[in-house]
Design a protein around this ligand. Structure first.
Ligand code: SF4
Length: 273
């Protein structure tokens, strides 16, 4: 994928779901993987010609795994003139040493997002951008179907009532294959993820199933994505001018679900790397 296509797809999502406003200050969550670096490229580039003016800062929540080196991200941010903050945490130790979690991703996502949101507030941001792409949307919908017995996926924009932050996902129209092509074409400085659970998650399992199904029906992914986009799921309704109050708010989502659903509703399988 060329830069132009990346700009076009992200801009389309931003316009369709009204993700960016004039004067926004956006914290970009950077894990150091290909998805988050692609998002940084996209928002940095859009900043130069998008009609609404916004500021960026990049934030990495360091999980504390040995061998994680954010230096290449720092160099990229310096090149883009984007202020970069690394938040040191003991999340890795909490998951694998203190709690010995066998299914660590949900808690990891919760802790990481807590640290990222706090950093965003400390940095004076009103929005946080996540690098979820089209395949993440599809896989999350399948994970919810398989393991929760319901049709659900995260929304392009979520308003967090407690912190008043908005979470935006500008890459929902970009496929993972396009991200891989972009990483290779522009030689993104991807950091290795030293997490022992990386590659052994339920998301990986669903990825394999989707790959298998694609051999028989090459339209599987576009059909699944269409099912989400055209659904009545909260936050997926396109609008020329959705006001903030009309955007999906976490409390709206929670109030419509049973107590036992609330945890997974809040973080519906969108935490795995
Ligand atoms: S695979 Fe990713 S989400 Fe899961 S525990 Fe490791 S770092 Fe966290």
């Amino acid at each position: 994928m060329k830069l132009q296509r990346l700009y076009s797809l992200t801009r389309q999502a931003i316009d369709d779901y009204h993700l960016i406003d004039d004067g926004d200050r956006i914290a970009v969550g950077i894990s150091g993987g290909k998805d988050s670096l692609t998002l940084l490229y996209a928002l940095h580039g859009l900043r130069r010609f998008y009609p609404k003016k916004f500021e960026l800062c990049a934030v990495t929540v360091d999980l504390g795994f040995e061998g994680f080196d954010p230096e290449p991200v720092k160099t990229l941010c310096e090149r883009f003139l984007v202020p970069y903050t690394v938040i040191p945490t003991d999340i890795g130790k909490i998951l694998f040493q203190a709690r010995k979690e066998t299914n660590p991703c949900a808690l990891c996502a919760k802790l990481r997002k807590g640290a990222l949101n706090k950093a965003a507030l400390d940095l004076g941001c009103n929005k946080v951008a996540y690098a979820h792409h089209q395949d993440d949307v599809i896989e999350t919908a399948l994970l919810s179907l398989f393991y929760e017995g319901r049709f659900y996926s995260f929304a392009p924009c979520t308003y967090l009532d407690r912190t008043k932050l908005q979470v935006i996902r500008p890459m929902i129209y970009v496929s993972e294959a396009d991200v891989v092509g972009f990483r290779n074409r522009y030689e993104l400085p991807v950091c290795q993820n030293p997490c022992p659970a990386d590659g052994y998650t339920k998301r990986e399992y669903v990825k394999k199933i989707t790959k298998f199904l694609l051999q028989e029906n090459p339209h599987i992914k576009e059909n699944l994505f269409h099912a989400v986009v055209s659904s009545t799921l909260p936050g997926w309704q396109k609008s020329d001018d959705i006001s903030l109050a009309e955007k999906i708010s976490l409390s709206d989502v929670l109030s419509s679900d049973t107590e036992s659903d609330q945890k997974s509703q809040e973080e519906p399988y969108d935490g795995e790397c």
